[in-house]
Design a protein around this ligand. Structure first.
Ligand code: PRX
Length: 646
């Protein structure tokens, strides 16, 4: 473990929003002692049609409310507020397409206009406050416009990552009972087209609630348009009855803003519901302080808007702060492994936020790709999605940050709404590999199995003891699942699902998921989701899926499959099963390793012991206690199979 501590550079600290550790401590202490006063102060920096009656209510634990009685609209804060000032001609979103020449610059004024127009399109399709609108799009400007247009009129957006399959989209459409689906003819990936509309059509076959499909034209890909249901985005936007004026809906602070599905321990993804006022305040303040965002900054978060990072830190957070946010359509390695550095150079990016898996994969490409570009505009680097190992941290710091940029290793989750454990770059001494300290208002702890507090450096369950404004309020249509998943292991204490240890300085070191959730290249995938994908194949009898460590992806997927009687094991079948998973979930869930076995290790009551399979996949010589297995000999047979293929 790296021992060196990196202090905030003096010049950086001098100009930072939060300038010293003592300033952070003071704010933190206040946020815990007088949370209402603390949050009211920062919520007041935003616009409210009507101020709240109560900052925080917690009468029906674990369900919390923030800014009850307050009325606002997040798009008024993201757009109108700036359009009324000198920021109106400032770039809000700079969109860089995968082809170098595809660039669009949305000033605040233009973005405001397009959002209003599209909001009017949605209204024309009968979308009302509280209706769900599903967005399944590539990283095109229409994606940001569509989500903001929903928020403008109080519709709940449910964005489904464009890399998910038709099946995965269908599950989410059905659960959210979406009225409208917004998609695109295609997405562009590594120079080719991915036919998104075909996947959308496939998904819609089993979904009765969707009445209209609006198709954004990206690829000029030939698509079938279903009469009476499908229409083109550009035609809708140009219709003579669509005006630039759309008043923002007056939203209660606790009105739903969006649903975002995420993987958990069962096969069905959970729709995390985020609401308006608390989420808005939380992402506004975290963006400002964690990224030390300033008027003149050009800020780039490389995530996809289909994930929470993109929701909070490409769209809402930067726009709430009146910043310039880059939105990039492509991938880090196309046309070459210098694409990200070329973009940093091209736009003189000041703040760059990415995932450790990207850092590791670009490190592997060698320094020449970095050195081809001038990265001197960078002043702050960020990391999110998985633990960043000290080696990758140090490379990122030296090679990309040229030893002068602090790194904010931000720990959080879909459920959190915004960043929860993180350095503040002008204030926090950094220890590579540690997400450091809680953001003001956050009260984390590490608990042992029995609910007792872990000792310094002792690993346990990372929990958060008090609700914060950004926390998801419930699981869509399933409040019981919300309680069971997050608040029942330790009553009314939020269970993150991650393991952590806290050192004697109060720094948190995240050790990874403790539940059946994997992090593959920063993507969150449930083992149960992949398993149910496998068993839906006609030749598969049973499947068990476990993660194993991977040098670039952090974790990769290993699947153990038993086939139905009569089915023949073959390399072709393996390939077919991998493609089947891509169809069921998406290419991100394809296993790196797949083994056929005649049986799986099960307890006498029939429960698959994934712990043993995980140890085997990790190549451990000791797989732990096997005495509770119905047939302990299975283990030896599986080890043999794995060794033979190694
Ligand atoms: O395991 C943690 C890991 O990502 C999980 C949340 O995934 P998701 O909901 O997809 O949100 C990702 C982006 C916020 C967490 O439970 N994780 C996220 N950030 C970090 C991390 N693990 C270690 N360090 C981080 N900085």
């Amino acid at each position: 473990m790296a021992k060196k501590i990196f202090l905030p550079p003096k010049e950086f600290a001098k100009k930072a929003h939060i300038k010293s550790y003592s300033e952070y401590k003071k704010l933190y202490n206040e946020s815990v002692k007088s949370p209402e006063k603390f949050w009211a102060r920062y919520a007041s920096e935003l616009h409210w049609f009507k101020k709240w009656n109560r900052v925080f209510s917690y009468t029906k634990k674990p369900f919390c409310k923030w800014f009850e009685g307050g009325k606002t609209n997040i798009t008024y804060n993201c757009l109108d507020r700036h359009v009324l000032t000198a920021r109106k001609n400032k770039a809000a979103i700079i969109w860089q397409g995968e082809p170098e020449e595809d660039v669009m610059i949305y000033t605040y004024e233009r973005l405001h206009r397009d959002v209003c127009r599209f909001a009017n399109v949605l209204k024309k399709h009968g979308v009302k406050k509280g209706d769900r609108v599903c967005i399944y799009m590539p990283m095109v400007p229409g994606l940001a416009i569509a989500m903001l247009a929903c928020a403008r009129i109080g519709a709940i957006h449910s964005i489904v990552f464009g890399g998910f399959s038709a099946k995965a989209l269908q599950k989410r459409l059905i659960d959210s009972e979406a009225k409208v689906l917004i998609t695109a003819d295609a997405s562009i990936r590594k120079g080719g087209f991915v036919p998104l509309k075909d996947a959308a059509d496939e998904a819609l076959k089993g979904c009765k609630t969707v009445k209209s499909v609006i198709v954004y034209q990206r690829g000029k890909n030939p698509v079938k348009m279903k009469r009476g249901r499908d229409s083109w985005w550009h035609e809708e936007m140009a219709a003579p009855d669509i005006t630039d004026i759309c008043k923002p809906a007056i939203m209660d602070a606790e009105s739903p803003l969006f649903i975002l599905y995420t993987s958990g321990t069962t096969g069905t993804p959970k729709g995390e519901l985020h609401t308006t006022g608390g989420y808005m305040t939380y992402v506004y303040l975290t963006t400002k302080w964690v990224f030390d965002l300033k008027e003149e900054d050009t800020y780039w978060c490389t995530a996809d808007i289909g994930w929470i990072t993109g929701h909070s830190y490409i769209v809402y957070g930067p726009l709430l702060n009146g910043a310039t946010s880059i939105m990039f359509e492509g991938v880090p390695t196309y046309p070459g492994p210098d694409r990200f550095w070329q973009i940093v150079d091209k736009y003189n990016i000041n703040i760059f936020y990415t995932a450790p898996t990207v850092v590791r994969s670009l490190e592997r490409e060698g320094p020449k790709w970095v050195k081809m570009h001038d990265l001197s505009s960078l002043r702050l680097l960020g990391s999110v999605g998985e633990p960043i190992n000290p080696k990758a941290w140090l490379w990122y710091h030296k090679m990309i940050g040229e030893d002068k940029c602090p790194i904010v290793d931000t720990w959080w989750q879909t459920e959190a709404g915004g960043i929860v454990i993180t350095p503040l770059p002008g204030a926090t001494p950094l220890k590579p590999g540690s997400a450091t300290l809680p953001f003001p208002g956050i009260v984390p702890d590490v608990f042992l199995e029995n609910g007792k507090k872990a000792k310094p450096n002792q690993e346990g369950y990372l929990v958060i003891k008090k609700p914060w404004p950004g926390i998801a309020r419930t699981v869509w249509k399933n409040p019981k699942r919300y309680i069971d998943t997050y608040f029942s292991k330790y009553k009314n204490i939020y269970l993150t699902g991650d393991g952590a240890r806290c050192d004697k300085d109060g720094y948190y070191w995240i050790t990874g998921r403790l539940d059946d959730v994997m992090k593959v290249s920063g993507h969150r995938i449930g083992t149960a989701e992949v398993e149910s994908g496998f068993v839906s194949h006609k030749l598969v009898s049973e499947a068990a899926v476990v993660p194993f460590p991977h040098p670039i992806k952090e974790q990769a997927i290993c699947a153990f499959i038993t086939l139905k009687r009569g089915a023949k094991e073959s390399e072709e079948l393996k390939q077919e099963l991998r493609s089947h998973i891509a169809k069921e979930i998406g290419p991100i869930a394809k296993p790196d390793r797949l083994y056929f076995t005649d049986a799986l290790p099960k307890t006498r009551s029939g429960k698959i012991m994934r712990r043993i399979l995980k140890a085997i996949a990790e190549g451990k010589s000791d797989v732990g206690d096997t005495s509770t297995l119905a047939d302990p000999e299975v283990v030896g047979r599986i080890i043999k199979i794995v060794k033979a293929k190694a």
